[in-house]
Structure formats: C-alpha cells, structure tokens
Design a binder for this molecule. Sequence first.
Ligand SMILES: *Cc1c(COP(=O)(O)O)cnc(C)c1O
Length: 360
Amino acid sequence: MSRVFNFAAGPAMMPEEALERAAAEMLSYKGTGMSVMEMSHRSSAYQEIFDRTVRLLRELMGIPDEYEVLLLQGGATGQFAAVPMNLLKTGADYVDSGNFAHGAFVEAQKYGNARVIASSREESYARVPDVDAGAIDPDADYVYITTNNTIYGTRFTRLPDCGKVPLVADMSSNILSEPYDVRDFGVIFAGAQKNIGPAGLTVVVVRKDLLGHARPDTPKIFDWAKQAQAGSMLNTPATYAIYMAGLCLEWLKKEGGVRVICMRNQVKAKLLYDFLDESRLFRGTAARESRSLMNVTFRTPSPETDAAFVKFAAAQGLVNLKGHRLVGGMRASIYNAMPVEGVTRLVEAMKQFEAEGIAR
Ligand SMILES: *Cc1c(COP(=O)(O)O)cnc(C)c1O
C-alpha cells in the first residue's frame, strides 16, 4: 500500500492512525458485531461515540460551559443561512475577505439587513481587509468574519475589536490549527472536511445566550436552540463522520493538542514561504502579512508552467496541488494531518523543478 501526500483543500488528508483504527473497527465496533455505520443513533453504544467527539472538541478548543457544541449537517454553507436565521434582527456587519465570506454575506441579505464593513474584494482578496472598530455598528446583531480564507491563502492574525457585539466566525479551514480563545466569539462554525474529519459533519459552537432568537420560519434542523435541546439529534446525525472526527481528535490530543500542532503548522508553513521568497520561478500570491498557515497559494510566471509543475509533483506522490478555479496557480493545503515530511518533499520537488527548468 502506498499513500500519497494529499494537498487537497478539502476533503483533505486525515491522520493515518485514525484511518487504521477505523479499518480495524469496520466490521465490528468493540464487540457489538456491527459497524458504526450500522448502529442506531439512539443506541447507548453510539451515544458514547457522539459524547466522546464532543468532549474532545471541548477539551482541545477549551470550550467553556457557557457554550453549546452542536454536531450538525449542511456544511459551512448551511450555516451561511443558519447564522442570519438564528441571529439577524436589526442588522449584521460582514467582513468580506474571500469568496466564502462573500457567499455568506449574499445569503444573509435574504434574511435581513446585512452590510459589508470591510472588504478586500477589489484587491482580488490577496490580503485580508483592515477592520476599523469604528465601522462596526454597536447595535449590530453580530459581526461576521472568516478567520482563514481557504481559496486565497490568507488569514486574520488579529480579530476585530467588536466591543459587545458577538463575533461570528467561519473557521472551516483553520479550526484546531492554532489556539483561539473561544470567549472572543459568539459563534464558531466549521465544515469538518478540512481540519476535523470527513465531510458530512458541521461543528457549531454557540454561546448559550445567543440561543432561542431564531426567526419563526427557521427550519428546525437549522434552529440552534432546538438542536441544542435535542442533543443535535432532531434527526439522524452524520453518525459515521462524527465517529471518524472523534478518532482524528484523539490523534490530535495524542500529538499534544492545538498548541503543539500549531508549532508544527508554523514550521510547515515557514518551510514553504521561505522557499517561495527566494525562488526565481515560484512566488507566493498572498500578501505577506496575511499569509495563511493552512493554505499556501503560489504560482509560476505562466499557467502552462503551473500545470507542468502540478503534473511533475503528482508523479512524485504529491497530489492535488492545482489552485482553486477562481484564482488558478497552485495551492498547497497543509492542515494538521499533513506531516512535515509532505512539506519538505514538496519543497524538494519545487527546487528540482526549478533547477531542471532553468537548465532547459
Ligand atoms: C470549505 C469552506 C466552506 C464551505 O464548506 P462546506 O462544508 O462545503 O459548505 C466555507 N467556508 C470556508 C472558509 C471553507 O474553507
């Protein structure tokens, strides 16, 4: 069996240990004689799996008791609608730092008065916009931010000062990659398929005082208060994805948790950015001060050379380096489960490609 280094933006690489454990437990989970996929979500064996995943999330993210943890479906995109449905009354302030942020803003406009208070759209999202605290309406229902912009390879290194206005964060592509103080947020949500586990699971962390304000026409599965009351089981949850996420979180805990993985993530990102800064062929596309630790975007002078490099790297088992269709070039997504070795191998491949290209 030979595994590749998968640089996909999501669904993305998962820890080998978690996959092996799932394989070992595939036909019969802990003597139950059935796969987790075949279990009733109402069984006590399954409830234990569910509770363990929530417990690990709470522990690894340091989620205080005054926050609810919901394990839902519908992806981050579902939450683009759920956020305004649950919170938007008079107005919401959106930070437009990328395509997903923009999509969330467009969705919110369907439900009420949403406005953009900072945007880098005119700069093709090559950096994150400055958020002037004075631009935030002190009476807004929430301020909305995307902490890491997956497509452009940018991230916020500082959170806006929102005063008493709750900060809502789409953390899909950098949750659990660096320490955050959950108390700085009213709501954090993330699709699981980048840094938590497989697709199909959406994590929502919401401060309890923000529950119970949903508009009356909110579908019940998107109503955070109703989901909280039902233990995220108003209907069948993504049972297997929740189990897999638990295995991945156990791995993260064993590795030392978020602080330790963050140091490793910084090492990985630095290896790539240092090379990009000195390369004569490749260059990074995100503004330096906004560089993401999770998605490193870069390009050569031509789309043909980009394509040639993607092919060259794939032949060495370094796959899915093609950039997002909106921006082209290359993107190396280096989430928690990407080993340092994958990144050193990528830098070696870039060096080799550059040297051979120059020789040609
Ligand atoms: C991937 C991604 C999304 C979309 O997630 P889905 O779960 O596919 O809906 C939204 N926001 C960010 C920041 C992402 O990286």
